[in-house]
Design a protein around this ligand. Structure first.
Ligand code: CO
Ligand code: CO
Length: 321
């Protein structure tokens, strides 16, 4: 974190210095505390659904560490002079429903007046200190699983442009509002090496972070990456958010891609995600067990075994067509 003198402590398992999804602090031999905070401006029109998505997104950073959320607090910035209070009520109701679904408790919050609406949560969770899943543990030979399909940035852009219909919107919201809980529980049952959740840097950006932190390279099979329906068509039409181009410019030096320049399948890999899935590295057996577990439960989203961890210059991402 830019130029700040960050604390060190023998009990600090993950802090701001390590680029993890959340801070993790060992309380005793059995329990470590996980702390995270996330909020953003509306990405869908319906306030209840926005509340659900924002809460699922904030809770995800606890799941990405392999943890279980316990407590949540609302963070609200609201233009009270322009918007009806009922809008805020609906946002908070959506958030609370997700907090309940996660088995956590809403214990408070803070709101301010602001010209631009924002909502999110601070979340406190727990994990066994020996079972914390960092993004730095990927090993050569590991396989990689992605638990949600990509495309939230591209489809949101298509919706904003009035191109996509109600069905697409419903599908997109379902993907973003789905908790990463199942995958996090399965990670603890199976035992994995590394995890992070896919958000603003897009799949390639988060792959790079994991590969660099783990001192490995990663090979991805473009065909195996789950993508939401219609995403590739919109990408081919150039309906691509600016953030995807920024990600591409930033991460391209670390990428070896067999896909053609501006291939829509490549742009999807750079698409910034909101409340994206977990990216998990584990042994082949571990990944197969995770895929089997996700396949037979109530989990209804597309997921995929998308590639493997290989030896190479740390942080290098190879895309195979
Ligand atoms: Co995260
Ligand atoms: Co986050």
């Amino acid at each position: 974190m830019c130029g700040l003198e960050l604390p060190t402590d023998p009990n600090l398992i993950a802090g701001a210095a390590t680029g993890e999804d959340a801070g993790v602090y060992r309380l005793n031999d059995d329990t470590a505390l996980i702390q995270t905070v996330d909020f953003f401006t509306p990405i869908v029109d319906d306030p209840y659904q926005f509340g659900q998505v924002a809460a699922a997104n904030a809770l995800s950073d606890v799941y990405a560490m392999g943890g279980k959320p316990l407590l949540a607090m609302n963070l609200v910035a609201f233009p009270i002079k322009e918007l009806n209070r009922s809008v805020l009520q609906e946002i908070l109701r959506g958030g609370l429903d997700k907090i309940k679904e996660a088995g956590a408790l809403l214990v408070g919050g803070h709101s301010i007046e602001d010209a631009e609406l924002k909502y999110g949560l601070s979340v406190t969770g727990v994990v066994h200190p020996q079972r914390v899943v960092l993004n730095s543990g990927a090993k050569v030979g590991d396989r990689l699983l992605l638990t949600k399909p990509l495309g939230t940035g591209i489809l949101s852009t298509a919706l904003k442009g009035g191109l996509a219909g109600k069905g697409t919107e419903a599908m997109l919201i379902k993907v973003m509002a789905t908790l990463n809980r199942e995958a996090a529980q399965l990670m603890q049952a199976v035992g994995v090496h590394a995890c992070t959740d896919i958000t603003g840097f897009g799949l390639v950006g988060h792959l790079y972070e994991m590969a660099l932190a783990s001192g490995v390279a990663i090979r991805i099979e473009a065909q195996a990456v789950p993508v939401m329906p219609e995403t590739l068509q919109y990408a081919a039409m150039g309906i691509i958010p600016e953030g995807a181009y920024k990600n591409k410019a930033f991460y391209a030096p670390h990428l070896k891609s067999a896909l053609a320049e501006l291939d829509p399948r490549e742009m999807v890999l750079f698409d910034p995600q909101t409340s994206g899935g977990l990216l998990i590295a584990a042994s082949a057996e571990g990944i197969n067990a995770l895929a089997e577990g996700l396949g037979k439960g109530d989990y209804s989203l597309d997921f995929g075994i998308i590639g493997e961890v290989v030896a190479g210059r740390p942080g290098t991402i190879e895309i195979v067509a």
